[in-house]
Design a protein around this ligand. Structure first.
Ligand code: ADP
Length: 289
């Protein structure tokens, strides 16, 4: 595997990092990725020629917010990032952390530390800047109400994109409008919590001390149940994780009945990124209303 020559040059000239070894890293859904060795140091780098201009900048900002929150979650330290330019791909380089298989202790640590992250509260839902979920823009305009944030900043932009592209039909909007007016009776009231924002099984692993490592965030202050719902969408989280999380937080009764409604957001994002069977998943949730 090789790095684009322009990247190698930037690392050498601007960061005085000369690369001895490059190994491919798989598992990413959007970018090229590699593990770099430079003397005794190891780095993780991902790069992309066609990503939105500020995508890596926003990811770096999200990692820094999570790192600055006082939890036992391990967040890789950002070393460098650049926007794409004429002949240079955009890139994000960070500390490399060797992924390890988790055991029961590791899963419990993830539950405890995610609860601790969600304990970071704010007065408003949103964030002081927009960022990305996958390669799609995620609007974080502040709202005092979770319901108006969920409707206006989460569902409406993704639903509009899916309707405009023809991936979803007009019926879906009608069902959504029926659901939207019921949300007051569905979502429990909560204070805004700091969320990773894209917490599926591929965006965490463990280090060799059984500590959870979180990567690839789409950070904002939101409803903690939104994050917990997302973890159930593609699996990859153990029973111990859920037990410990529920013990550490005041998860309100009836959560399982609300999961599909929160998950309309990541599912709509997947409709817009990939189409396919995600379309029928969204339709079958909306058709209940
Ligand atoms: P993408 O943005 O393309 O989805 P990810 O950020 O998810 O890429 O990274 C792809 C894979 O690289 C992850 O699944 C993980 O296994 C690995 N990875 C990501 N960050 C690190 C890191 N700091 N150290 C070691 N491995 C990492």
């Amino acid at each position: 595997m090789t790095l684009p020559g322009t990247l190698t040059r930037i690392l050498e000239e601007d960061y005085e990092i000369s690369i001895n070894k490059i190994e491919p890293v798989s598992g990413g859904s959007i970018n090229h990725a590699a593990k770099l060795r430079s003397g005794k140091n190891r780095f993780f780098i991902k790069w992309n020629d066609s990503a939105p201009e500020d995508m890596f900048e926003k990811e770096a900002a999200g990692l820094t917010i999570l790192r600055n929150a006082d939890t036992g979650l391990v967040i890789p330290q950002v070393i460098a990032h650049r926007k794409p330019e004429k002949s240079t791909p955009g890139f994000l380089m960070m500390e490399y952390i060797e992924p390890q298989r988790g055991d029961g202790t590791a899963s419990k640590n993830l539950g405890i530390e995610l609860a601790r992250l969600h304990n970071h509260k704010s007065e408003r839902f949103g964030l002081d800047h927009d960022n990305y979920i996958g390669s799609l823009r995620q609007s974080n305009t502040f709202h005092r109400s979770w319901i108006s944030f969920f409707i206006q900043e989460r569902i409406e932009p993704q639903l509009k994109m899916a309707l405009d592209s023809g991936r979803l039909g007009g019926k879906s909007r009608k069902h959504w409008e029926k659901l939207a007016v019921q949300l007051n009776d569905i979502f429990p009231v909560t204070r805004p919590s700091l969320l990773h924002g894209d917490l599926w099984g591929g965006n965490y692993f463990f280090n060799n001390e059984h500590q959870p490592v979180l990567i690839d965030p789409a950070v904002y202050y939101g409803h903690p149940e939104m994050e917990l719902s997302f973890t159930t969408l593609f699996g990859g989280f153990s029973e111990q994780f859920y037990d410990v999380y529920a013990f550490e937080t005041s998860l309100q009764p009836g959560f399982t009945n609300r999961v599909d409604i929160y998950n309309l957001y990541p599912l709509l994002v997947h409709v817009n990124l990939f189409g396919g069977h995600y379309v029928s998943q969204v339709e079958s949730i909306l058709n209940r209303f």
